[in-house]
Design a protein around this ligand. Structure first.
Ligand code: ADP
Ligand code: MG
Length: 731
């Protein structure tokens, strides 16, 4: 029996203690977070007022107030059993980072107390000089600083032997440059706030204090048994299978999608949700996805900053909880070839401080006009800055998905649905110089219908789809930190809102009718940006041709997509809105191209080892078996007069030669790959990425093709690597 077959016997669910009456979620939701309510109970009124002013108006609290908050936070954390604290941050790699410190402080020889000060709360010095800075920091001033982000509540992470207080922070350089994903997100929300407030004022909303983006990321993932995972170096090293023949049954019967969730998986989902609820993460929906062993979690939406932290935490929880259930959670965009990969639908909208969703049509013609102007502002933003949206989802893993007929293509387009399309088309034609109330009614916007999901959300192939009361950016990768896509959406929409505000302003005060002027702007923008709208099938060949005719960018390669971050027009945009400086953009461009290269190098090196140490030896064993039988048969023919059908003998020889050839091709291409890897060593970041995209990837695919053919003929008991049909179907 081969090692792989031994593992097959170990595939079973871990034993769990049955819970007969689970606790009500409302009784423990958020119990591990230092929420505003918890804080209020534990600090003085004056400090709480100061803290609230910091949150709403940005007035930073004094060190005395900070000391009080820090002390309350510490006491709360100690009461929960925490012994360590960490400033929790999200470096530019998109992961989360922690450096833990104990609360202890020495007060006398051999005597410690638990202590935590305001200054330690507000700023940390994790040093962290090994995080990439993309050239922002020279090594001699490599220190990075973490600064408390009070808008995201501190929380406690539990492990079997202890608890840690985590304080969400931003990560900055000595000179204040953003070294992380979160600071630009916060800055972009501020830009959006200013721009939206300007527009809302024109519509008479003088009392709106704040506008912010809201976000609900739908998280797709795969689960596989840990025993399989341990035998797959490719999954361990790169998160995806680099080789593996497709199983005869994949997703073609579509019997997995929304099907009954298997007991083992649903138990995993229960525990993830329970852990998430303790942290105040509002996980809402769970279901099977299209591919075998693929699933999804979706939360109730929150303001973007929190949604981002919560999504990072949820991904961590999913990985951790899966292990407890003998499973591994795969967040890679394309863990398996031949079946769907995983994405993260980023649902995005705008909200004011009173809880109004600005992408909801209203009750009056005026409110509907406001909705329409915001809608065309979004269209304009996507039209002009499609390159930036594409850049925001550019990473090696997602490159396998975009355009692979399972995810939106690399072409960015907007889907609005029939009703809205009809309204915009009508407005486009009927841009009158004077629009009366009657005209508004005739145009059908006096009472815009509530666009519910059923009437708008029929196009699952669109990159950027309006789904009732929000836009859904569907091309985001499953493993991605959502901060960057949100930052980019917020920034380009801030710019667009400013644009429409200015367009309207130029006519305001000239005595012309406000409503008709707004409608004119709506119709003008609807016309100018028409090319970004597409209601058809984004997976079709025709769309690729059509988009090309329309001049829409279609960038397949990550390194090319990232170039958007280096364009003058984009640098100017981000500098104007104070989201990224030129240097901060350059740093990100550098780091993300570099990460692409590192990812491909890890994959290539893993593939080489798997081929040399697993695939080829198995091939040789089979080759030997074939050669031996052939030899023995011929011997018997000679010595014992065994009658062998000449055709059968030829077939045997033919099969042996085929196997010999396949092994040869695999080995030859591995050598070609090695040569390529050593040739590109001295090249620049960009040139290397180009060579990897254009040469290395096709070569790896080619190697895979031959390996997969071998997998289908080599005897089952000498093939050590778990097969697709096992990993995806034996649960
Ligand atoms: P689906 O896209 O799978 O049909 P839904 O449309 O019901 O599912 O919702 C998907 C996600 O959109 C959920 O996570 C939900 O919280 C989020 N969402 C709903 N409204 C908003 C909003 N105004 N802003 C941001 N996200 C939202
Ligand atoms: Mg969705």
């Amino acid at each position: 029996m081969g090692i792989r077959q031994e593992v097959l016997f170990k595939i079973k669910a871990v034993e769990l203690d049955k819970i007969n009456s689970p606790e009500k979620v409302s009784s423990y939701f958020g119990e591990n977070t230092f929420s505003m309510r918890t804080m209020q109970k534990r600090i003085s009124k004056a400090t709480f007022t100061a803290f609230k002013a910091w949150m709403s108006e940005g007035k930073i609290i004094t060190i005395d107030h900070a000391n009080e908050v820090a002390d309350a936070m510490k006491e709360w954390a100690l009461s929960k059993g925490a012994t360590y604290y960490t400033h929790w941050f999200q470096p530019m790699t998109g992961l989360t980072a922690e450096k833990h410190d104990s609360f202890i402080s020495i007060v006398a020889p051999g005597k410690v107390i638990e202590k935590f000060s305001g200054s330690k709360l507000i700023q940390g010095e994790p040093d962290a000089s090994s995080f990439p800075s993309g050239g922002i920091r020279a090594t001699f001033e490599a220190r990075g600083y973490t600064a408390w982000d009070p808008t995201s509540p501190a929380f406690i992470i539990e492990s079997a032997l202890g608890k840690t207080l985590c304080i969400p922070t931003i990560f900055i350089s000595y000179h204040g440059e953003a070294l992380d994903k979160k600071l630009p997100l916060l800055r972009s929300d501020e830009a959006l706030n200013k721009a939206a407030a300007g527009l809302l004022k024109l519509f008479g909303h003088k009392d709106v204090k704040k506008v912010f983006s809201t976000c609900g990321p739908e998280q797709e993932y795969f689960l596989i048994d840990k025993n399989y995972y341990n035998l797959r170096q490719d999954l361990i090293m790169s998160g995806r299978t680099l080789i593996g023949a497709p199983s005869p049954k994949g997703q073609q019967l579509e019997d997995q999608y929304f099907g009954a969730i298997k007991e083992r998986v649903v138990n995993f989902m229960f525990e993830v949700a329970q852990e998430a609820y303790k942290l105040g993460i509002p996980v809402m929906t769970r279901h099977n996805e299209v591919a075998p062993h693929q699933y999804e979690f979706a939360p109730i939406f929150e303001d973007s900053n929190i949604a981002c932290d919560h999504n990072q935490l949820l991904m961590e929880l999913m990985k951790k909880v899966a292990l407890k259930h003998g499973l591994v959670c795969l967040l890679h965009e394309k863990p398996f070839g031949g079946i769907n990969g995983s994405g993260k639908h980023l649902n995005w909208s705008l909200s004011d401080d009173k809880g109004n969703n600005l992408l909801n049509p209203g009750e009056t013609p005026e409110e509907n006009l406001q909705f329409l102007i915001i809608l065309v502002a979004v269209l304009r933003a996507v039209y002009i800055h499609a390159d930036l949206l594409r850049a925001s989802i550019a990473l090696a893993g997602n490159e396998h998905r975009l355009g692979a007929n399972e995810a939106p293509p690399a072409i960015v387009s907007v889907f609005l649905g029939e009703q809205l399309t009809a309204i915009l088309d009508m407005l486009e034609k009927g841009a009158k110089s004077k629009v009366s109330k009657r005209d508004i009614i005739d145009l059908g916007i006096a009472r815009l219908p509530k666009f519910n999901k059923d009437t708008t959300d029929r196009n699952r192939t669109s990159t950027f789809a309006f789904t009732g009361s929000k836009f859904e950016f569907r091309a985001v990768g499953s493993s991605q930190n959502i901060a960057t896509p949100i930052t980019i959406i917020n920034s380009i929409i801030a710019e667009s809102l400013d644009y429409v505000t200015n367009e309207i302003k130029t006519v305001k005060g000239t005595g012309k009718d406000f409503n008709s002027e707004v409608l004119k702007v709506v119709s003008k923008i609807a016309k100018e940006t028409k090319d970004i709208r597409f209601e058809g099938n984004n997976y079709s060949e025709e769309w690729v041709k059509e988009a090309n005719k329309r001049g829409l960018p279609n960038v397949a390669a990550t390194y090319e997509a990232l170039e958007a971050l280096t364009k003058e027009k984009n640098i100017a945009l981000f500098e104007k809105y104070k989201v990224f400086s030129k240097e901060e953009l350059a740093a990100r461009y550098h780091i993300w191209v570099h990460m692409y290269n590192l990812t491909l190098e890890i994959e290539a090196n893993t593939l080489r080892e798997m081929v040399n140490a697993s695939v080829v030896p198995a091939g040789y064993k089979y080759e030997k078996l074939l050669a031996r039988t052939l030899h023995e048969l011929i011997e018997l023919e000679k010595s014992a007069g065994l009658k062998i059908d000449p055709v059968a003998l030829e077939d045997k020889k033919g099969h042996l030669s085929e196997v010999v050839s396949k092994i040869y091709y695999v080995r030859r291409n591995i050598n070609v790959m090695d040569k390529l890897l050593s040739e590109v060593k001295g090249l620049s970041n960009e040139k290397r990425a180009e060579a990897y995209f254009k040469e290395l990837k096709p070569l790896m695919e080619h190697i895979r093709k031959h390996v997969d053919e071998l997998e289908c003929v080599v005897p089952d008991d000498i093939w050590d690597l778990p097969k697709y049909r096992e990993m995806l179907f034996i649960k």
